[in-house]
Design a protein around this ligand. Structure first.
Ligand SMILES: Cc1cc2nc3c(=O)[nH]c(=O)nc-3n(C[C@H](O)[C@H](O)[C@H](O)COP(=O)(O)OP(=O)(O)OC[C@H]3O[C@@H](n4cnc5c(N)ncnc54)[C@H](O)[C@@H]3O)c2cc1C
Length: 404
């Protein structure tokens, strides 16, 4: 099936199955005795999507994916994000894609068979565990979490925080980044180790709320490692190359993140436009007010400009590799959530009180989008990268044009 057909099929699935069952998903979560597992409706939708082959779009065919290129995947990444839990339905959660990609390239055959294959088949879930509460993640080279070799085993000690999906029943392993040699240069101190959920000495701690949402069924939890032992073969990649390895898996994730923000923006547009046509205030529908049409127009201009930039970046990344678009990746990481937050905010405003309740998906999407300005590197860190590259470019231009 060509990429275009898949786009149409994903759109139809979102419109016919995922969006109409959002309220059911919400009610099932509210009523659940255990919030940290898929709701029955999510389980059903995942099975249907898998059955239709609407599954794991950017992963290679030999790993059970659809083998889409970045530019083919971009519009699908957008549509899936018309709803916060959309990507999970199609087994395209960013963590699944990045952990699967890292393991395909760097894990032993045994780990691939035991953990990667069921992950990509959607039978289990995983989690990436980097952040430590007492170390700023904006400088992850300073992470303290201790991983020491003892004979044929790695011994892990410390507490990790913000492990998204870590408390889920379906989460069966963690990729954990820790310091294996604190005396090495900063970028060579850390290594990635796979830890199975059932490892002795591993427990989950507090679960965060994010602006009041617990983000069930995924959640974000602490992980406590107390002399956890795993075989040396559980190292992913080489010792000291944890950061290098993580960098190599970022590409698809960044495009997915940017297009995801466009998906949230489009959903906000859908909700906003249908509401302002229907809501009559002082005898006139809201859409008759210039302030409303102005907001709609601004939103359309901002979304289309941002999407064009992301697609252009995806095209260049596909042709020239990740390094060539380092600046653009940093730009889109800042720009895309900014656009989505503005459009979501306008849509919530025109809904009045209803815009702040579960009557629409808008506030939950806004809260999620707000976290994107901090997660995976705060805005300031990415703007710093953009500024550094621009200053270098300007200095080079001055040098080649003989200017002071
Ligand atoms: C919803 C959510 C889910 C997450 N999921 C995961 C996960 O699954 N696994 C995981 O390991 N981690 C996860 N995280 C953690 C996330 O990666 C970190 O919160 C993020 O990298 C920021 O690190 P920090 O919280 O330590 O903030 P810090 O690094 O302490 O930064 C604090 C603030 O300082 C400012 N700042 C930082 N650097 C600069 C600079 N160079 N110049 C100017 N100002 C600066 C920014 O305003 C920044 O927000 C998640 C976080 C959230 C919110």
């Amino acid at each position: 099936m060509a990429g275009q057909d898949l786009v149409r099929d994903v759109e139809a699935f979102m419109l016919e199955r995922v969006i109409p069952t959002e309220a059911e998903h919400h009610h099932q979560l509210q009523a659940a005795a255990n919030r940290w597992t898929y709701t029955p409706i999510m389980r059903q939708l995942r099975a249907e999507a898998r059955e239709k082959g609407l599954w794991l779009f950017p992963m290679p065919v030999e790993l059970g994916g659809r083998g889409l290129s970045l530019t083919e995947y971009a519009p699908i990444a957008e549509i899936m994000n018309w709803c916060n839990h959309g990507p999970e339905i199609f087994n395209c959660y960013t963590g699944t894609i990045s952990n699967g990609t890292a393991m395909a390239a760097h894990a032993s055959d045994e780990l691939k068979e035991r953990y990667m294959k069921p992950l990509l088949a959607g039978d289990i879930r995983s989690c990436i565990s980097i952040t430590e509460r007492n170390v700023p993640s904006s400088d992850p080279t300073d992470l303290k979490f201790d991983i020491k070799r003892d004979g044929d085993e790695w011994v892990l000690n410390g507490v990790k925080s913000w492990a998204t999906g870590g408390a889920m029943d379906e989460c069966k392993f963690f990729l954990v980044l820790g310091a294996t040699d604190v005396s090495a240069p900063r970028h060579a101190r850390h290594s990635m180790v796979l830890v199975p959920r059932e490892a002795a000495g591993l427990s989950t701690g507090r679960i965060e709320t994010v602006m009041g949402y617990d983000d069930a069924p995924f959640g974000h939890c602490d992980l406590i490692f107390d002399n956890v032992r795993v075989p040396v073969g559980n190292l992913i990649g080489k010792e000291g190359e944890g950061f290098l390895m993580m960098q190599s898996t970022l590409g698809v994730g960044r495009i997915q993140l940017g297009m995801g923000a466009m998906g949230a923006s489009e959903r906000a547009m859908m909700e906003m436009c249908s509401w302002v046509e229907k809501r009559v205030i002082n005898g006139r529908p809201l859409v008759d007010r210039g302030v409303v049409t102005d907001a709609i127009a601004r939103s359309r201009i901002e979304i289309d400009a941002c999407r064009a930039f992301i697609v252009q970046t995806a095209t260049r990344m596909q042709q020239q590799g990740m390094k060539a678009v380092r600046g653009e990746i940093a730009q889109l990481k800042v720009l895309a959530p900014e656009v989505a937050l503005k459009v979501l905010d306008r849509a919530m405003q025109f809904h009045g009180g209803a815009g702040l309740t579960y009557d629409t998906p808008l506030p939950e999407m806004w809260a999620h989008m707000r976290t994107v300005r901090i997660g995976e590197g705060a805005d300031e860190v990415h703007r710093e990268t953009v500024a550094k590259l621009e200053l270098r470019r300007q200095a080079e231009w001055r040098a080649t044009h003989g200017r002071a």
